[in-house]
Design a protein around this ligand. Structure first.
Ligand code: ZN
Length: 225
């Protein structure tokens, strides 16, 4: 990727931006050591990246953010204006949304999992409840012409999309909470809840790992966290 980018522009890379800390989004950082001017991420992304690396003893393989933000951050790069937003915990507690304002492209990182069961990383402060709020804020902050980039998609062709995709994912999370909430109220054990292979009313979401959604929702509903 670096070779390909160097061919399109011989300027050094002024910024490397991480949407969040997960390895499939930051383990390539190290390749930019000495090449990227700055590495930018939400402050909790840095906290989480450090915690995971310390545990896995891979600290020497990390390039950490040196610019962090809490609620928002903005910088001009060439003719583009880049603004980062934070709408609270969702997929983790450190998911930034990165808006390329002139191009009107928003990279949502893993706050969007298009038609594919999401990872809900409770060990990094995820919140299904606030994820729904964050998606609402995304829908109201950006206009209908915005091109949304998704962290993951079941169909690899569909890694970009529009507001209808975000609404569909919000609907998935809402139905997940309703379903698990109903099961808990009905006295079902955690083991029983985790056996579910589908969420009533949800038809479009698929892939591996529905259990991560069920587990996160169950923990949230029963512990309030
Ligand atoms: Zn992730």
């Amino acid at each position: 990727m670096i070779d390909a980018l160097k061919k399109t522009d011989d300027k050094p890379f002024p910024l490397l931006i991480n949407t969040h800390h997960h390895g499939d989004h930051t383990s390539g950082n190290i390749a930019f050591k000495g090449l990227a001017g700055h590495v930018v991420a939400h402050e909790n992304s840095l906290k989480n990246q450090k915690a995971v690396a310390e545990k896995a003893k891979t600290e020497d393989k990390q390039l950490y953010p040196d610019i962090t933000f809490t609620d928002s951050w903005k910088q001009k790069v060439g003719g583009e204006s880049i603004r980062a937003y934070y709408f609270g915990p969702g997929h983790t507690d450190g998911d930034g949304l990165i808006h390329f304002e002139n191009a009107n492209v928003l990279h949502m990182g893993d706050l969007m999992s298009n038609r594919r069961y999401p990872n809900v990383d409770k060990s990094a402060g995820a919140s299904v409840k606030n994820w729904i709020v964050a998606l609402d804020k995304t829908l109201s902050t950006f206009d209908n012409k915005t091109i949304f980039v998704f962290g993951h998609a079941f169909d690899p062709e569909k890694i970009t999309g529009g507001k209808e995709d975000i609404k569909a994912f919000k609907d998935y999370l809402e139905k997940l909470l309703v379903f698990v909430g109903g099961e808990v109220k009905a006295g079902k054990s955690k083991e029983e809840v985790l056996k579910a292979t589908a969420i009533p009313g949800v038809t479009e979401w698929q892939g591996d790992g529905i259990i991560r959604s069920l587990q996160a929702a169950y923990d949230e509903i029963t512990t309030g966290k």
